[in-house]
Design a protein around this ligand. Structure first.
Ligand code: BGC
Ligand code: MN
Length: 292
């Protein structure tokens, strides 16, 4: 069948207005901000979605296209921040980027009280998975297709998670020391235990995600120091994070209010390698499989 879609417009509608009418993102304000008409959001929450990012342009496009309609259907008062790493350091310093994102988002708008920490490659499947904060730290990416929709281990906090502003400050944010794949989220779980906070989760029937395909080169991408950092992390929790962000080797290159997101470009200079003795001894520790 050949279908012709005929669109008629009133002769008074100029091309720009017509474009806005047809554009599903038409109400998104500069910087990727949106709130329900008349500010009738479903709660008094103001949510900042923090997306850490490096070399994943194709993922970012899909993510933004999906997330705006998704968050709007939930009736949230939200904004999307993309925190992009550039500079000499080749390994991805996710914890540090989240701390910078948290700090810069609050400079941009001090009224955020809920933060969602979001991998750029995770696409939520079900609108019932509400992007709001709860009384305790909330892990939203419970069931991911890559893990056959099963939670890999009970203390997992990575992927997509939510923390109130107050809890993030109490926990001193993420550690700034993890660069390269793995561990920064497990370190965060340990901070929570230290503060006697429990991890909660939505129902696995709707906390479902698709992971966009990407490769992981274990030799170049992984952080070999992560086991060492994890085994010593709790003792550093109060001094490594938001409190010493000033001393971390980074600078904010620019903050730009783009059409669909606020872009925070962060320069990270080469970090000194972390000395951790014999990795093989520590490698075998099954630290993150501890039960809650
Ligand atoms: C890593 C975490 C990661 C998880 C799931 C763990 O081994 O330490 O950082 O989120 O695996 O991939
Ligand atoms: Mn991933």
């Amino acid at each position: 069948m050949k279908v012709a879609v005929l669109v008629t417009t009133s002769s008074k509608m100029d091309p720009e207005t017509l474009h806005k009418t047809l554009n599903p993102y038409r109400n998104v304000r500069a910087g990727g901000k949106w709130s329900p008409a008349g500010n009738r959001s479903s709660s008094s929450e103001k949510v900042a979605i923090l997306v850490t990012y490096k070399d994943r342009e194709e993922h970012l496009k899909i993510f933004l296209r999906h997330m705006h309609p998704f968050l709007q259907r939930q009736g949230l008062d939200y904004a999307i921040y993309v925190i992009e790493q550039h500079g000499e350091e080749q390994k991805f310093c996710k914890g540090l980027l989240y701390n910078v994102g948290f700090t810069e988002a609050l400079k941009d708008d001090p009224t955020y009280n809920c933060f969602i920490f979001h991998d750029v490659d995770l696409i939520p499947e079900d609108v019932r998975n509400l992007y709001t904060c709860r009384k305790s730290p909330f892990h939203l990416s419970v069931a991911i297709d890559k893990f056959e929709y099963k939670l890999p281990y009970v203390t997992l906090f990575g992927g997509v998670s939510a923390l109130t502003k107050a809890h993030y400050e109490l926990l001193n944010g993420y550690s700034n020391l993890y660069c390269g794949w793995g561990g920064e989220d497990d370190d965060m779980t340990r901070r929570m235990f230290k503060h006697k906070l429990r991890l909660s989760r939505p129902d696995k029937d709707f906390a479902r995600y698709k992971m966009l395909a990407h490769s992981r080169n274990r030799t170049t991408d992984d952080n070999p120091a992560r086991y060492y950092l994890l085994s010593t992390g709790v003792s550093r929790a109060d001094t490594d994070g938001l409190t010493d962000l000033q001393a971390a080797n980074y600078s904010v290159t620019s903050v730009t209010h783009k059409e669909l997101y606020t872009h925070i470009l962060v320069n990270i200079t080469k970090r000194r390698p972390i000395k951790f003795g014999n990795p093989h001894k520590l490698n075998k520790t099954k630290i993150h499989h501890r039960r809650m």
